[in-house]
Design a protein around this ligand. Sequence first.
Ligand code: ADP
Ligand code: NA
Length: 330
Amino acid sequence: TSKPRLFSGMQPSANSLQIGNYIGALLQWKNLQASYDAVFCIVDLHALTVPQDPALLRENTRRTAAQYIAAGIDPAESTLFVQSHVPAHPELAWVLNTITGFGEASRMTQFKDKSAKQGTDGATVGLFAYPMLMAADILLYDAVAVPVGDDQRQHVELTRDLAGRFNSRFGATFVVPEAVILKETARIYDLQEPTAKMSKSASSESGVVWLMDEPSVTAKKIRAAVTDDGREVRFDRGEKPGIANLLTIYSVLAGKTIPELEAEYSGRGYGDLKKDLADVVVETFGPIRARTLELLDDPAELDRVLAGNAARAAEIADVTLAKVYDRIGL
Ligand code: ADP
Ligand code: NA
């Protein structure tokens, strides 16, 4: 196709995505897929940078793929595949490791944060090399656009540096990609701790709404969301982070603006807002959950789709890798 190439990925780090992943990533990918030749990757090799249970990892990878498809990523229109199915990813990553400075990689703030949490002995070389694998993911596909959250901006910057460095040392090979930073307005916070980002790896179970939650569980979590002592439904991130978060979710899922919602709930209590939002969330995710379960019910068909897509991905990736090997003397 003549459409510009787009690459994005997500780790299979839980058996369900959370609604922040949907609002902040999947929904936007779905909206971008018609205007781009989109490549979406389930980055299971990246997931190995923290300890994984083998059976769970395999299961979570399949479940993540099913949720992507159920949420609207069309594996006939976009290329949707599992990273480890395309060996060119770690092969190119190795080459990129050899042109990355040790100090340069040490400056990646995500590595610094994560390794600080895990301690020097807990953090692996894999975690350190994560950004170069991510650079390989992007560069293999000649992607021009890389939609990512703000926390990944530095990794895309490194990818651009490595692409430029390789091109100037060995001749024009890589397309230098651009980060498409997803809107801060689409950032969803934990329902129990509305100043912390909702995350698959969050500790508070009741603050995370999972795509695969039973509708009754979803409704209960939303009704129990932390708010404030006031009574006014007003968007104020500083003073009323809980209400602001609920309004953000409501606005995105119902397609209404925040001022529209503020007007609609003026003079009404937080209870009404939560009850209606629970309905909206259940209506949005009910069909996605049902479709996911349907896809998981036929693992052979899902595996066939993923294998076909991996073959399509490999066709592109292998051309890039062959060019790279040729340039560097392999
Ligand atoms: P998680 O923290 O759930 O493990 P990842 O870091 O794997 O999520 O991110 C996967 C994608 O989902 C990224 O594009 C990220 O920007 C997006 N994302 C994750 N959490 C949120 C959130 N709370 N709000 C908006 N987008 C999010
Ligand atoms: Na497309």
